[in-house]
Design a protein around this ligand. Sequence first.
Ligand code: GUN
Length: 294
Amino acid sequence: MAAEIISGTEIAAQIREELKGKVKELKERKGTTPGLVMVRVGEDPASVSYVSAKSKASEEIGIYSETIVFPEDTTEEVLLAKVEELDKDPKFHGILVQLPLPKHINADKVLNAIDPRKDVDGFHPVNVGKLLIGEPYFMPCTPHGVQELLVRSGNSPEGKHVVICGRSNIVGKPLMAILVQKKKGANATVTVCHTGTKDLASVTKNADIVVAAMGSPKAITADMVKDGAVVIDVGVNRIPDETKKSGFRLVGDSDFDAIKEKAKAITPVPGGVGPMTVTMLMANTVRAAEMHSA
Ligand code: GUN
């Protein structure tokens, strides 16, 4: 039987409607308009596209947003001074510095300079630590989006064996910390696989839920997944495609066409996790504004 296709686009739209209501209430009851500032350095095409999507989503929901663009050769000092200025600016409840940053800038130093209560990406070490003990100000957007996708599509991870492929600080590690908590919508048995894993397929075959987040096109194949598993694909890989105006198409980290014939459910790329990441950023910004005006 063909798998259910979990639509991130639809679930994201549902959450955005809920957020519009919260923004309206914040404006009416507290006179607060949630504010988000995004900082982009250089012209990396993927970063340009992500920041633009975040800006559009802000507008749709009623969040005030600004994007500050620095040239590629901006110094670390200039960037740090800007972050410190934004920390103090009451218009902005959330600050996001789009990654990756150019190599001459120490990204950790920049992320550490963001006020943890404005860190809507959830990347500051204070939030990383608080996430591990189960009480973060903000959860990182992509893993939080994965959890929401699972729960809202009727595939709650509670009591399930979740195998996460990939141990990045942005996806794999925080997703592990989220799903292992003794909480509703979590409480899973979690295994994290990575480049040091000896026989990846032998682990993924035991998964009720496979999360593909290794940044490698179609790395999870149908033979690596058990019948009736749920596959969440976090991958966004640009593959050259001359039939497209842009010259490329997006594929995930899983072999969607083959897996959909044996899985219970799978997320597409695009239209799966991507829209959820943007939407959870909006949710974090609204939460930041609520925390500020509580
Ligand atoms: N680059 C890739 N993903 C992300 C993200 O979630 N936040 C930021 N700031 N940069 C990214």
